[in-house]
Design a protein around this ligand. Sequence first.
Ligand SMILES: C[S@@+](CC[C@H](N)C(=O)[O-])C[C@H]1O[C@@H](n2cnc3c(N)ncnc32)[C@H](O)[C@@H]1O
Length: 273
Amino acid sequence: MTGVNENDREIYMHGHHPVVVDEHARRSAKRNAAYLLPHLKPGMSLLDIGCGPGSITAGLANATGPGRAVGVDTSETALERARADAADAGIKNLEYQIADAYDLPFSDGSFEVAHMHQVLQHLSDPERALQEAVRVLAPGGVIGITEVDWGTAIFWPRTSATDRFLQIYGEVAIRNGGDPDMGRRLRSMLEPLGLERMEIGALAWSFGDAETTAQWGDLWWSRIQESNIATVAVETGISTSEELAEIGANLHEWGQAPDAFFSMTHGEALGWK
Ligand SMILES: C[S@@+](CC[C@H](N)C(=O)[O-])C[C@H]1O[C@@H](n2cnc3c(N)ncnc32)[C@H](O)[C@@H]1O
């Protein structure tokens, strides 16, 4: 995990364990940025801030090619994966570089599109990162932001393990300086920035069949024990490794239940400068 954040409480809570990077790399522009795609045109310049392993960035770059597309992140581990996948896919208009969302190495008005997917929730000063994103946006340009809202997460069957999982997740996120309920704040965060126009909406992720509930349960079975969340939860006394192992096993069992259902809302915002 690398970071260039000024606030030493601000830790990217998931870290870049392979189980995390692999899950992020399964995302796509079609699924995770469908609200932004209709506003993209060939030739537009695009910046994806906190791009991670770049699977969404690649889809956006395909929509704006041959325009210049840049993905930035503070993690070299994530960018290595992004560069390798872009090379494999033969995407020529996309480059990746290390950069901090608080201090982007671009002059004012450099990009016609700015994108952030699941980044603001991890930052202790999301307002400053947003101002910085809008600074590098050209007049008339569009910014698209998606953030999860864990406060809307629903597990059925609901058990003491699913409740405790949500509680631990939320406490670790806050301990790391972030806000796990960022999805509901996008309108209020964009409102002071003086944009010409905004469109605010939401997207629900839902899992309600044997394949997707098993995947979601097993994903968190691993992540609650192996990712940075586990380290922080144990080091700060929020949980113990024994409790995390028990919750993980329960999440695996939840994913196998024939009536399992999960949903969670994500805020989506578009703003034009
Ligand atoms: C949840 S991941 C999202 C990655 C990608 N946008 C996606 O949805 O697949 C959050 C990413 O933000 C990056 N990040 C955290 N703090 C950052 C900062 N200050 N500047 C740039 N990137 C940052 C992390 O390294 C991580 O790759």
